[in-house]
Ligand binder design. Structure first.
Ligand code: FMN
Ligand code: SF4
Ligand code: SF4
Length: 661
């Protein structure tokens, strides 16, 4: 017996056509309808093999999420296969998703029979022969690249749970990511998969499921934080011949990769969460709206859906419960606004993705005018945990109003970039310095941008803010969907505001004037701040620059109050949080015409220190603007009006004679 859908004997009858309500339990505790010792042994043996408690040859796990692949996991896998063949070693290779520690990819785990699974990091094809020699032949630890043990650990080998990156994390959503093979339904089942679905279909009425999710305090992880149980209840109460469920996997925020990683690493969990939700609210069909830029996530989801159908976990009469539900994937074209629920519905219906006024809310009239629930990937990932552990235990994690955990994608100027899951209530400081390892290259922390493009940049003065919906709002940011971009002292906050505002302005669908025109005007004002007086073409430019700043706040208020959807309503946030916390930097740009981070090129001045310059002439040859003058052997001089601030002279001067201020 190699899969659970194979029958243990002729008495087993489970199939999609003749579903058995005991199938999920039977797979881990079976055989339940007939108590044959032989069948029980077969099922137990399959369980032990799938959990790697029983294996004769070494198992090599390779992190093959997008982050792993981008770091060269495919090449590492090829090198491992070639090395094994060369040395005539038989081993089982398992592709896993991402364990979260993206900075340390490529991650390879080795498990020898009877021993703990050991993780190695930053593996390259060049290191593979050494890794194989040490671990499979010498049966020792490859200390050079040791990350930790999946087991308890020893004095020699730390447990992964004890290393700083993982120590303060609380994994619920990510518990199986990077651990299990995301392509195998059998592996998912032995790791507790479909237990929640089994419980719900056998033992709970839809109302009871809704009550449990309400009691858990789960709030939508897509950014808005709306109570998930409440949303399901609203749709449940609607009388309709058809209801829909949608999983929002559009994930368009710059710096966000939480949903992608979960879909690549544990896709069965999302589909199980969706089936539970569909049962609770009464949907018979569901869509997963995933951006086409996520090809790996889409192919893993496709495989997941097909396997669930083959096992009778999607389709008609699921597990003989008389409940039927199926799922289709809809690829999004990558417009940020299509993540907004009404635009997303329009996109599935084949219309241009543009938000519509609410009410009616999707729970009343959504897809094709029918009651529809839309939830985020991470929201669905929490559902199975709530059913399995119970709402009481789930709600004991987190704060009074923000329950459970939150997954963040740590990126930017931080040592440990990657995906982390933390209990709500942890401080930003703990995430940056404890889990994230702080700022690289001995630089100072400057800000963290949290909440996506319309979130806020928070400085050191509020770094002890707890991560929960209300506290983040109070300091001018928001939870968002999980983008967490860290910035160091060399970041220019005017430039950051410009970057996010440019993104928002380009992604505005253009339907309403305040968002379409207002964000453009805001961007013009911000863009004008770091332009040089020297390039001023019209005399009134200086005046306009100051007037613009004065009017920014008013413009921001109008855009926020009169835009139709969340994109416009939160568009001014990056500028407002910048003005709130980094006013001195804006003033420095405006009044002193300086960008101390050296990012706003137009405000830089290049000069040559004549006490250092040897007059070698190299910079003259490099300068494409003929801005450098001077005789050979004598100190040179930069003509400021001609200088285009390209920095070529700085890079070319061997004597470090060129100063940039
Ligand atoms: C411009 C815009 C983009 C959005 N993008 C996403 C997204 O990529 N993923 C997501 O889950 N929610 C996104 N949302 C929020 C959704 O409209 C919706 O609230 C969410 O999917 C509901 O799921 P939840 O209750 O589980 O959070 C976006 C909202 C706006 C205004
Ligand atoms: S606020 Fe902006 S993105 Fe939203 S509907 Fe209006 S124009 Fe489109
Ligand atoms: S910064 Fe560029 S343009 Fe200016 S002096 Fe140096 S090389 Fe010439």
């Amino acid at each position: 017996m190699n899969t659970f859908i194979e029958k243990c004997c002729s008495e087993c009858w489970h199939s999609p056509e003749t579903p058995c309500d005991l199938f999920v339990r039977c797979s881990t505790e079976g055989a339940l309808c007939h108590h044959h010792k032989e069948c029980e042994d077969k099922i137990k043996s399959l369980n032990r093999r799938l959990t790697y408690q029983e294996h004769e040859v070494p198992v090599i796990f390779i992190g093959m999420g997008t982050c792993g692949l981008a770091s060269g996991a495919q090449k590492v896998e090829e090198a491992i296969k070639a090395e094994l063949e060369k040395l005539n070693i038989t081993a089982q290779i398992e592709a896993t998703g991402c364990i979260g520690f993206c900075a340390k990819e490529v991650i390879v785990d080795i498990k020898l029979p009877g021993l703990d699974r050991i993780s190695y990091c930053e593996i390259t094809p060049k290191l593979v022969p050494k890794l194989i020699q040490k671990t499979l032949i010498d049966k020792e630890i490859f200390r050079e690249k040791l990350l930790g043990s999946h087991g308890k650990g020893t004095s020699e080998i730390p447990s992964l749970n004890d290393i700083p990156f993982f120590r303060s994390q609380h994994k619920i959503v990510l518990e199986h990511c990077g651990v299990i093979n995301p392509a195998s339904i059998d592996t998912y089942i032995v790791y507790g998969g479909f237990k929640a679905l089994d419980k719900v279909l056998r033992l709970m009425k839809p109302e009871e499921v809704i009550k449990e999710v309400l009691a858990s305090g789960l709030r939508g992880r897509g950014g808005g934080g709306f109570p998930t149980g409440k949303k399901w209840e609203l749709a449940f109460k609607q009388k309709s011949d058809k209801k829909y469920l949608i999983c929002n996997a559009d994930e368009g925020d710059p710096g966000a990769f939480m949903d992608r990683s979960v879909l690549e690493s544990d896709p069965f969990r999302i589909v199980e969460g969706m089936i539970v939700a569909a049962y609770a609210m009464g949907a018979t069909f569901g869509y997963i709206y995933c951006r086409a830029e996520y090809p790996l996530a889409i192919s893993r989801l496709q495989n997941t859906i097909e396997q669930c159908r083959r096992y009778g976990l999607l389709g008609d009469n699921i597990l003989n419960s008389s409940f039927s539900f199926d799922i289709k994937i809809k690829k999004g074209a990558g417009a940020f606004v299509c993540g907004e629920e009404t635009a997303l519905i329009g996109s599935i219906e084949g219309r241009r993705g543009m938000p519509k006024p609410r009410p009616p809310y999707p729970t009343d009239a959504g897809l094709y005018g029918k009651p529809t629930v839309i939830n985020n990937v991470e929201t669905f990932a929490n559902v199975t945990a709530i059913i399995n552990m119970g709402s009481e235990k789930f709600s004991s994690i987190g704060t009074a109003t923000s329950k459970g955990t939150k997954v963040f994608a740590l990126s930017g100027n931080i040592k440990n970039t990657g995906l982390v899951e933390v209990p709500m209530g942890i401080t930003l400081e703990d995430v940056v310095f404890d889990i994230g390892g702080g700022i690289p290259n001995n630089k100072q922390f400057k800000a963290v941008q949290i909440g996506g493009p319309s979130g806020g940049c928070l400085p050191e003065s509020v770094i002890t803010t707890p991560v929960d919906y209300e506290s983040l709002k109070q300091v001018g940011a928001m939870m968002g969907s999980g983008g967490f971009v860290v910035m160091d002292e060399d970041t220019c906050m005017v430039d950051v505001a410009k970057y996010f505002l440019t993104f928002i302005q380009q992604e505005s669908c253009g339907k309403c004037v305040p968002c379409r025109e207002g964000t453009k005007r805001m961007l013009e004002i911000i863009e004008r701040i770091p332009t040089s007086y020297k390039n001023t073409k019209i005399k009134t430019d200086q005046l306009q620059r100051f007037k613009g700043i004065v009017h920014l706040q008013r413009l921001a208020d109008v855009i926020r109050d009169t835009s139709l959807c969340g994109l416009g309503q939160s568009a001014p946030n990056p500028v407002l949080s910048g003005l709130r916390y980094f006013k001195d930097e804006y003033e420095e740009h405006l009044f002193e015409r300086k960008c101390h981070s050296g990012v706003c090129k137009e405000l830089l001045t290049f000069t040559i220190d004549n006490s250092v310059c040897t007059g070698c002439g190299v910079c003259i040859r490099k300068c494409s603007s003929d801005a450098i003058v001077g005789e050979k052997g004598q100190a040179h001089y930069i003509v400021d009006d001609k200088c285009i601030r390209c920095g070529m002279c700085v890079d070319s001067c061997r004597f470090e004679a060129i100063n940039v201020n």
